[in-house]
Design a protein around this ligand. Structure first.
Ligand SMILES: *[C@@H]1O[C@H](CO)[C@@H](O)[C@H](O)[C@H]1NC(C)=O
Ligand SMILES: *[C@@H]1O[C@H](CO)[C@@H](O)[C@H](O)[C@H]1NC(C)=O
Ligand SMILES: *[C@@H]1O[C@H](CO)[C@@H](O)[C@H](O)[C@H]1NC(C)=O
Length: 423
């Protein structure tokens, strides 16, 4: 289901002359030092050499691939007779321009990535522009935007930014597509400033460009998935009866961090707590007969009834992936898992979601989804049974669709768990 834990350390205040403040500052420095020591020693204690080197061979998305993305977008816009595509900092601006919300936090002043198609000889290419507040223009020019030729369009504090956003277009703008995550006031501002333009959310012909993962993106997803499963296996070996949810969770975080997975997190729920799909907020210890959300300890004895649930959920997971070929409607995949569980009322959520630059992204595998599966789509396959006060079992593995059919992203390291004792 995904979970993230941004760990941001606040820097202690600079020392001041007052005795009390300087004592306080020293205490803060010592506290920060202890935290840092603890985090480092925790990472050393739980780091697993095989996991920590796992993704070293991969490189980030190249400039050439960014340019391919921009040109594909430009061609799609041209085919739709559209004048421009606009995105705020977020997953889509990261995809097309390498601008993320960690490079540029959202504020009330719009900074927009604007991509327009332009004729380059015989070919349609992309023109990349950025609308920026004038007083922030120098900072905007330091953004790691991938393009040989970015045009910066500045708007002064007293100006209407939306009037400026499309000044690079000659003539009246036709259709203007905005990324679906764009905030309403920006869409409204664009509409008001360009009444003749048709400003609307990007249609599927555009959205599918990001939804379908390239071979390089699949390699990155594969490695993140493999490192996660290897971390789960490593932590599983170190777990024991009596351990707390919070300790096991910290071990997972540290192991994931040693694998280079930033902001990694893992839901760690024991016993009845696992019956609440996203946890209860209590910090339970693991007992001999308690299941973690999906795995059991070597010494654990699992009641027969709970073991049966594990196997039923596994069967549902397989029923779904067995039919997840390109061309199939997403709702059918969800239905296959649900039918396998006799439409159990305890399977309370959708089967899965797309994975990529966002933890949860389109397309979704739910009973209402008319999306058609295409090669390059990557999903979670995560049926679950949650009987409140008793037990919860969810098995989650991610897969992608290639031309030969669906493939688990962890196929290279043995794929799905073999049993509750062998994740
Ligand atoms: C994308 O931005 C990141 C920093 O956020 C930078 O490290 C990386 O080199 C950039 N990618 C390209 C292809 O320039
Ligand atoms: C784009 O414009 C051309 C020429 O006017 C027209 O033939 C075509 O149907 C239009 N395409 C779309 C998707 O509107
Ligand atoms: C599809 O799967 C086959 C068999 O595993 C593999 O050889 C091929 O490279 C895959 N194609 C893509 C695009 O990942």
């Amino acid at each position: 289901m995904g979970n993230s834990n941004p760990a941001e350390a606040a820097a202690p205040a600079a020392p001041k002359s007052s005795g009390f403040i300087s004592k306080l500052t020293r205490a803060l420095f010592i506290a920060a030092g202890i935290t840092l020591w603890y985090a480092t020693s925790e990472r050393r204690k739980y780091s697993v050499p095989a996991v920590s080197k796992h993704c070293d061979h991969l490189s980030p998305i190249t400039s050439a691939e960014f340019q391919t993305r921009q040109n594909s977008l430009a061609r799609a816009l041209n085919q739709l007779n559209a004048s421009a595509y606009i995105a705020e900092p977020g997953a889509s601006s990261l995809y097309y321009g390498n601008i993320s919300t960690s490079n540029w936090g959202l504020s009330e002043r719009p900074l927009l990535l604007v991509i327009t198609p332009q004729q380059n000889g015989e070919e349609i290419g992309a023109k990349v522009s950025v609308l920026t507040p004038t007083f922030e223009a120098s900072r905007a020019k330091m953004l790691p935007i991938v393009s040989n030729d970015v045009t910066f369009i500045e708007w002064a504090e007293e100006a209407n930014p939306y009037e400026h956003a499309l000044t690079i277009l000659s003539g009246t703008p036709g259709s203007v597509y905005v990324d679906g995550a764009t905030r309403n006031f920006i869409v409204d501002g664009l509409r008001d400033a360009h009444p003749q333009a048709d400003v609307s959310s990007a249609p599927y012909e555009i959205r599918r460009l990001r939804e379908r993962k390239s071979p390089a993106e699949i390699e990155l997803l594969k490695c993140a998935n493999e490192a996660t499963v290897l971390s789960i296996r490593a932590v599983h070996e170190k777990m024991h009866v009596g351990i707390r949810e919070s300790t096991a969770s910290a071990m997972m975080r540290a192991t994931l961090a040693s694998a280079g997975l930033r902001d990694g997190g893992c839901l760690t729920l024991f016993g009845e707590n696992a019956a609440l799909p996203h946890g209860s907020g209590t910090d339970r210890t693991l007992g001999e007969t308690r299941f973690r959300l999906t795995v059991a300890l070597a010494e654990s004895e699992i009641p027969e009834e709970h073991l049966q649930i594990w196997h039923d959920v596994r069967a549902a997971q397989n029923a779904a992936i067995d039919i997840a070929y390109a061309g199939v409607i997403a709702a059918e995949v969800d239905k296959a898992a649900r039918s396998s569980l006799d439409n159990s009322k305890y399977f309370t959520h959708r089967l899965g979601h797309g994975i990529g630059l966002e933890v949860h992204e389109a397309p979704y595998l739910n009973g209402g989804s008319k999306s058609v599966l295409e090669t390059g789509h990557a999903f979670s396959d995560e049926p679950g049974i949650y009987i409140e006060g008793k037990v919860g079992v969810r098995l989650e593995d991610c897969f992608y669709i290639n031309e030969t059919g669906p493939i688990f992203l962890t196929a290279g390291i043995g794929g799905q768990a073999k049993s509750p004792w062998s994740p």
